[in-house]
Design a protein around this ligand. Structure first.
Ligand code: PGA
Length: 255
C-alpha cells in the first residue's frame, strides 16, 4: 500500500488524475472502475483538463461505475448516470457504448448484478479502480456488515450514508434507501486501486481503513490485503494517522 498525503483537495485530485492518465497512456484500451460523490470531482476536472490541453485519449477506454441508486432513472439529476455525464463523460472523447453503470431501474437486481459482473469479465476485468470512502468506511455502497459481500448486489443504505448524502437532496427523506453496488470481490479483483479521501469528516474512516483490523465492519479495511493500492488523502483526512506514517506503510506492505 502506498500512501500519499496532499496539502489540498485539488492536489489530491491532481495526484489521482496523474495515475489515471498514466494508466491510459500505458494502455489506451484500459478498463477503469469509477466513483461518484464529491471526492473525485477534482480528479475528473483535472482529467478533463489533460484531455483538452494535451489530448489524453479516452476513445478506447471502457469504464464501469461502482454503483447507482435503485429506482433512479438515468436522466434524474440525482442519479449517478447523470453525475458521470455532467462531471466527466460529456467533456471527454469516451464512446458512450464503452460506459457502464449499474441499472438502478432493473426489476431483477440479482440478474442485473450477474449481468454487470459478466460485462466486467468480458472486458477482461478492471485495470484501475478509483474509490472514495464513506464516513462509515464503506467503499462503493458496501456498508459495514458482518460479512464482505462479494459481487454486484442490492444494498440497503446505512442511516449514516443517507444522512451524509442528504446534502445532495432537499432533505434526507428524498435519499433513496437502496442501491446496487459492485461487491468487495469485484473491487478486490481490480489490478490496481486508488482510494481518495479529503476532509476531517473522513479522518476516522481513513484511520480504520489503513490502521484498523481487516473487518467487514470497516469495509475499506479489506484494501490492506490488496497487492496494489495507492491511498491519496489530504492532510485533514490523514489527521488521525500516526505521525510516523512510514510504520503504517511497512506494516501493510508486510501483510
Ligand atoms: P463523497 O462520498 O465523495 O461524496 O464523500 C464518498 C463515498 O460515500 O464513498
Amino acid at each position: 500500500m502506498r500512501l500519499v498525503i496532499t496539502d489540498s483537495y485539488e492536489q489530491m485530485g491532481l495526484e489521482a488524475a496523474n495515475i489515471v492518465a498514466g494508466q491510459i497512456y500505458l494502455k489506451p484500451n484500459s478498463v477503469l472502475g469509477l466513483a461518484t460523490g464529491s471526492t473525485p470531482v477534482s480528479m475528473y476536472e483535472r482529467l478533463v483538463l489533460v484531455h483538452r490541453t494535451v489530448g489524453l485519449d479516452f476513445s478506447e477506454v471502457t469504464t464501469f461505475n461502482l454503483d447507482e441508486y435503485i429506482g433512479m432513472r438515468p436522466d434524474n439529476s440525482q442519479s449517478y448516470h447523470y453525475f458521470m455525464q455532467e462531471n466527466f463523460f460529456r467533456h471527454i472523447n469516451i464512446r458512450q457504448e464503452n460506459v457502464y453503470i449499474p441499472d438502478g431501474m432493473a426489476e431483477d437486481t440479482v440478474a442485473e448484478g450477474r449481468r454487470y459482473e459478466q460485462l466486467i469479465a468480458a472486458k477482461g476485468g478492471i485495470d484501475l479502480q478509483v474509490l472514495g470512502i464513506g464516513q462509515n468506511a464503506h467503499i462503493g455502497f458496501n456498508e459495514p456488515d458482518v460479512k464482505f459481500a462479494a459481487t454486484t448486489h442490492k444494498v440497503e443504505l446505512d442511516e449514516e450514508t443517507i444522512q451524509a448524502n442528504s446534502r445532495f437532496f432537499n432533505d434526507a427523506s428524498e435519499v433513496p434507501r437502496y442501491a446496487i453496488s459492485m461487491g468487495i470481490k469485484t473491487i478486490m479483483m481490480a489490478e490496481h486501486v486508488i482510494m481518495l479521501a479529503n476532509g476531517k469528516n473522513k479522518a476516522r474512516a481513513v484511520y480504520k481503513a489503513l490502521c484498523g483490523d481487516v473487518t467487514p465492519e470497516a469495509p475499506a479495511s479489506i484494501l490492506q490485503l490488496h497487492r496494489d493500492v495507492t491511498v491519496i488523502v489530504d492532510k485533514e483526512a490523514a489527521s488521525l494517522l500516526p505521525a510516523d506514517i512510514h510504520d503504517i506503510q511497512i506494516k501493510n506492505l508486510c501483510r
